[in-house]
Ligand binder design. Sequence first.
Ligand SMILES: [Ca+2]
Length: 342
Amino acid sequence: MRSKYIFPAALVVSLFAIQCKDENQNMAAAEDAIGKFAEKNYHYGEVLDIPKDIKENYKEIKLDFGDHISSTMTVTPKDFTLGVNPVTFILTGSSGKEERIDANITILSKTPAKQIQYLVVKEYPHNPQNFVQGFQYRDGKILESSGQNGASHIEYYTLGSTNSLVKTVQNADVFAEGASEVQDKVFQLTWQNKIGYIYEKNTLKPQGEFAYPNQIAEGWGLTFDGKNMIVSDGTKFLYFLDPKNPQKITKKIGVASDTAGFEKLNELEYVDGSIYANVWRTNTILKISSEDGSVLGFIDLSALGAKNQKGDDDVLNGIAFKDGNLLITGKYWPTIYEISLK
Ligand SMILES: [Ca+2]
C-alpha cells in the first residue's frame, strides 16, 4: 500500500522542482531584462518599454513606488518625479507567485537647458571665516547664515563691509544651514539637528523653533517664493513648505534637465518663477522651473571656483538676487561677486 503513495508524491515534488527551476530562470532573465531596460531615460507621456520576455512570462506587472503601487506603465507626474526614481517591479507568475525586482528609472525634462553666460560686474569683500550656508540680499544688506559646529551663526552686514550689523550665535552642537527672510521673520535650517529657528527680521532676535517633515532628513538650502518656503536636503528634491505649518509638504519637485538628473542641490534663491540652486561641490548653478523642476539653464562658474577653492570644503555656495544681478560667494571665500546674466 505504501508504494502507491510514493509515486504521486515524488511526481508532485519533481513537478514542483521543474516549476521552481522555470521560475528561477524566469526571475534571472527578468532581473537581467529590467537591468538593461532601466538604463534608458524616459519623459512624461511615454510608456515604459517593458521587455517582451517579462510580458510573456508574467501574468501581471505592477510598480511599487514606496508610497503607492501602480499598474499603469505610462510615465506620469502622478507616479514619477523628474530625475532618478527608485521603484520595485512586482511580477506575478502564472502560479501566482510574486517576484520583486528593484530598478532605477530616470525621467528627464523635455525642455533643453541653455548655458547662461555671465559677466562679473563688481566684487565685494566676504568674511573668509564664514562657512556660508544661507545667503540673501535686501536694501544694501546681506543676510548670511554660517555653518559648522561651534561656529554657527546668522547675521546681517552691509554689502561692501564684513562687519556684522546684528549677529545671533547658535549653540556649539548646532550646525546651521540655509536661511531666508520669510515675510516679517527669518527662518534658518540646521543640517542634522532636525530643527529650524525663527528670528525677528532685522534684529535677528530669536522668536522660536520649528520642526520640519520627517521626509526631509537633512536641512540644506532655504529660499522663499512669497508664499512657500522652498527647502533642499541634499537629494534631487525641492520641498515647498507653508511657513505657518512647516511640518506639511505642500509640493515636492524632482530636478532634471534634458540630459541628466541632479541631486545635492544646496544654496537656493527664488527669482520670478525660477529657483537658482548650486550643486554641492561643483561650480554649477542651475536655473530650475519652480513649476515642475525642469532645468531651464545652467551657469558654469568654474572660473570663480578656480580662484577661490583650495580644498574640498571651500566650495561655491551662496546665491543672492540683487537688482537683476546675482551675488555669488562660497564657503570661506574672501570675495562676493556680482554677476550680470546674459
Ligand atoms: Ca540664497
